[in-house]
Design a protein around this ligand. Structure first.
Ligand SMILES: C[S@@+](CC[C@H](N)C(=O)[O-])C[C@H]1O[C@@H](n2cnc3c(N)ncnc32)[C@H](O)[C@@H]1O
Length: 217
């Protein structure tokens, strides 16, 4: 099962106007993205893939942080990719960041685009937006190198925040087709077992966000 063309149309519709003020507004509530970038710990000359790269904000920040690495971004929305291309060019990283349109839940969408396997694959506030997020995790694993690492940051379950806040936030996110994944930890635990990987899973900001890593042994 893959997301299909309906998802591409839906994402384009959501982002066709928002992409112009996306980075300005999201910095206040897509928390933990810089934490993920700092923890990527990309090896010298490594390769990094972001699935659902949006405006390219994370790829640009990561390219600054890891100057010897090459970066690759996939997104289903042509609208977001148009903004990402402009941002990457403006930042002067067109030679180090490559983009492709595709569906993250379809593993072959990535093939032939970058290297056969990536040192790092990451998801930043995308699994909560993909109804078939489990398949998107499979895409990451299928394209990860032998000693690679998958990193994830996304909305948490707000477990240490007031219940009214959780109620309001979840209702608001629903309007953007965003569903924080309550079973993300259990899915990652199963994948860790099947793929002989070590799992790190930690709440950030009192459970507002979660940060996770799956590292192959
Ligand atoms: C909330 S944005 C996050 C963008 C970026 N990762 C960030 O942290 O700013 C979610 C992104 O996921 C993309 N997306 C949603 N479903 C997708 C899919 N099935 N395949 C690839 N990208 C998808 C959207 O187009 C959008 O750019």
């Amino acid at each position: 099962m893959t997301a299909g063309t309906d998802t591409a149309g839906l994402m384009d519709a959501i982002y066709q106007n928002q992409r112009y003020f996306y980075d300005l507004t999201r910095k206040y509530y897509l928390l933990g993205r810089d934490h993920l970038i700092n923890q990527l710990d990309v090896p010298e000359g490594g390769t990094v893939l972001e699935l659902g790269c949006g405006t390219g904000r994370n790829l640009i920040a990561a390219a600054k942080r890891y100057p010897s690495a090459q970066f690759f971004g996939l997104d289903i929305s042509d609208q977001m990719l148009a903004t990402a291309r402009k941002n990457i060019e403006k930042a002067g990283y067109s030679n180090r960041i490559k983009l492709i349109q595709g569906d993250a839940s379809n593993a072959p969408a990535v093939s032939g685009f970058g290297p056969d396997a990536y040192s790092r694959v990451f998801y930043s506030y995308t699994l909560s937006m993909m109804p078939i997020w489990r398949e998107a995790l499979q895409t990451g694993l299928a394209n990860l190198s032998g000693e690679g690492k998958i990193s994830i940051v996304d909305f948490g379950q707000q477990e240490r925040l007031p219940s009214w806040f959780r109620g309001l936030l979840f209702k608001w996110l629903n309007g953007f087709h965003v569903t924080p994944r309550a079973d993300l930890q259990s899915e990652l635990s199963s994948l860790a077992e099947v793929h002989s990987a070590d799992l790190k899973f930690a709440p950030l900001y009192r459970g507002y966000a979660v940060y996770a890593e799956l590292r192959r042994r």
